[in-house]
Design a protein around this ligand. Structure first.
Ligand SMILES: O=c1[nH]c(=O)c2[nH]c(=O)[nH]c2[nH]1
Length: 304
């Protein structure tokens, strides 16, 4: 029976890199987790034992660290594009590079400002505490011609304590859910959005950091301002708000777990629970997923 080697890719995954900028006493840091995946003319590597076309994963790891010094990390996206182009443009057998990056953010630690009569605080230029919450993500792919940038975030936890209802749904013999006219709506946002940027014809790169901040803000504002009849409707509002306000983005994909908050029955203790005490369940959870894209754009963000 004949067998066929299907899709394959390789590279060093999860290169943890912290880049410190010491240009002044107010240091800057970038904290990334970079994964490289290369593909191309690699049949022989798999089939014959010849490694002539194989750029070692060890080299891809070294390149990540060396580029952090040589080019710096202005943004995860720009860094990923530089890496992807390097691997494809300088290695003939490598036809495609995919760089995935997670970025962890750090806050500056502040200490009491003793020089002030007023109670204040001042930054310590070299001290940080890691922001335990959300992670910024991006995925860069380059095939020798076109760059594709999908940016995103995960683990952004948000909650509305009112302005959320859920009723009017299908009811069958297994339905026990009570209709809700004022419920908590909470979710842990995973979002990915694709840029129309392709890198062809020396197209200028968007300001990735600025764009990220705005996309994030629009999603949060849509979450807060939408009077919600379902998490699905909120999802659509969040995606739409991004497309309406950020011309550089043409597709948004959201994964929103419904972090259920169940009212606790306080009757046994002779107490009334007037939408005040909830049990926050961590699982199971409803999982609401969807893509919003511009008309005419073929969606490409993979369904997880
Ligand atoms: O916003 C919601 N969408 C649903 O599809 C759903 N299903 C459910 O049980 N609760 C909810 N809430």
């Amino acid at each position: 029976m004949a067998h066929v080697l299907g899709q394959n890719q390789y590279g060093k995954a999860e290169n943890r890199i912290v880049r410190v900028y010491r240009d002044s006493t107010r240091h800057e840091i970038k904290d990334l987790n970079v994964s490289v995946a290369l593909s191309g003319d690699l049949d022989d590597v798999h089939l014959t034992g010849s490694n002539a076309n194989c750029l070692p994963t060890d080299t891809t790891k070294n390149t990540v660290y060396a580029f952090a010094k040589e080019y710096g990390i202005e943004s995860a996206e720009a860094f990923g594009i530089t890496l992807a182009k390097h691997f494809v443009d300088n290695n003939e057998p490598i036809h495609r590079a995919r760089i995935r990056i997670e970025e962890y953010t750090w806050d500056r630690i502040k200490t009491p400002d003793n020089s002030s009569r007023f109670i204040g605080s001042e930054e310590v230029g070299h001290s940080f505490s890691r922001n335990g919450g959300e992670v910024r993500t991006c995925e860069i792919t380059y095939d020798g011609t076109t760059v594709q940038v999908i940016s995103g975030l995960k683990d952004l936890v948000v909650m509305n304590t009112t302005n959320s209802e859920f009723w009017g749904y299908i009811k069958d013999r297994y339905t026990t859910l009570k209709e809700a006219y004022d419920r908590i709506l909470a979710t842990q946002v995973t979002a990915r959005w694709k840029y129309s940027f392709t890198g062809v014809d020396n197209e200028a790169q968007p300001n990735w950091n600025r764009s990220y901040a705005h996309v994030r803000r629009h999603m949060l504002e849509a979450f807060a301002e939408t009077y919600s009849y379902s998490l699905q409707q909120t999802l659509h509002a969040m995606g739409t708000r991004v497309l309406n306000n950020r011309a550089e983005v043409d597709e948004v994909r959201l994964e929103l777990p419904n972090k259920h908050h169940f009212l606790v029955d306080l009757e046994p203790f002779g107490l009334k629970n007037d939408n005040e005490v909830y049990y926050a369940a961590d699982r199971m959870y409803g999982l609401i997923e969807g893509t919003v894209h511009r008309e005419g754009v073929v969606p490409v963000i993979p369904v997880a």
